[in-house]
Design a protein around this ligand. Structure first.
Ligand code: SAM
Length: 316
């Protein structure tokens, strides 16, 4: 399906919950409390996903909140995987408790994992996530590789004054292990992200690492700009939505866990699909098609944009 600017929209970022077992400092406030009541059921998700696929979606990323907090995650994955049209089925996770479920997820049809990891130091990791266990992430990464997930990627949000002292350590990981480390630029969503002085650009990182050379992307549609140095087993990617806007190539549609289509992280407009869920498939299909057609041209991060939803409520 194409939007009003002719962009082909084929990538669904599917948030299945707002709930999370962590409270990352840049993602959500520590006192927020999220309940399961407003979440789409697995059957509702299945119906919407089927319509999205009928409209041309061929890549699905399951996200949240934290997808692992849903007990029916494996069923949701298996339901998506039964569609042959889906060529890429992946998930973003903080990996808390991943190790014991990763084999079932693989068997259900999950192909790839992006794992969030903002610090390699136990204490700092726990502080940044407000209670997470670094050991869980490391075991999760190992288990993901062992069970045959393709190209495990590590997502690291750099926050000045918090984890910027670890940039060299993360780059070393990409040198020594077959892992892609992706530095994600802090977005102005949430209180911390709205403080621009906390943002670290790819330019700043690269300045200190002349050994890193730009290499071709694995996928022409990927937002990350990839680099590697001589002898690197993995690569270092930069996803820089603020300093290197990639909206012109955006192919994403987001579904929130409470049933809203949000076409852009940097715009608050959403379309509620709940009413259409009670109607025939053609109505649901048309509602999705209209929402996608009206995708904004680009995000509004450079203005005084303020997101009405925290990141965990959108689906990062
Ligand atoms: N719980 C899962 C996880 O931790 O990967 C999936 C959801 S989380 C919201 C998805 C991604 O959003 C994570 O990689 C996280 O680091 C990123 N994220 C959240 N808030 C952000 C912000 N303000 N700027 C940049 N990335 C952010």
């Amino acid at each position: 399906m194409r939007d009003q600017f002719g962009r082909e929209i084929n990538y669904l970022r599917l948030s299945i919950t707002e709930r999370c077992n962590l409270q990352c400092i840049y993602c959500r406030d520590s006192n927020d409390c999220f309940k399961a009541e407003n979440e789409l059921t697995a059957a509702e998700i299945s119906r919407i996903v089927a319509q999205m696929i009928a409209l041309g979606v061929n890549k699905v990323r399951v996200t949240g909140g934290e997808p692992l907090v849903r007990k029916d995650l494996e069923d949701i994955i298996a339901d998506i995987a039964r569609h042959d049209e889906v060529k890429d089925l992946c998930m973003t996770t903080n990996a808390q408790g991943l190790e014991k479920r990763v084999w079932d997820l693989r068997r259900a049809g999950l192909q790839r994992l992006n794992i969030s990891l903002d610090s390699l130091c136990k204490e700092r990791y726990s502080k940044m996530t407000r209670g997470g266990h670094l050991s869980d992430v490391l075991q999760g990464v190992e288990a993901s590789i062992a069970c045959g997930m393709q190209r495990v990627k590590i997502n690291t949000v750099l926050v000045r004054g918090v984890n910027d002292g670890e940039i060299d350590d993360f780059i070393r990981l990409a040198k020594e292990y077959p892992l892609d480390i992706r530095f994600i630029e802090l977005m102005p969503i949430g209180k911390l992200g709205e403080d621009a002085s906390r943002r670290i650009t790819s330019g700043e990182v690269l300045e200190g690492h002349p050994e890193l050379v730009r290499i071709a992307p694995r996928d022409p549609n990927q937002p990350s700009e990839d680099y590697a140095g001589e002898g690197f087993r993995g690569r270092v990617g930069f996803i820089s939505p603020v300093s290197h806007k990639f909206c012109a190539d955006c192919n994403r549609v987001r579904l929130t866990s409470d049933g809203h289509i949000r076409m852009c992280l940097g715009h608050n407009e959403e379309t509620d699909l709940r009413a259409a869920l009670g109607r025939p498939d053609e109505v649901l299909l048309e509602t999705i098609r209209n929402a996608v057609f009206n995708k904004p041209c680009g995000h509004a991060f450079e203005t005084m944009f303020h997101s009405q939803r925290a990141m965990n409520r959108i689906g990062g």
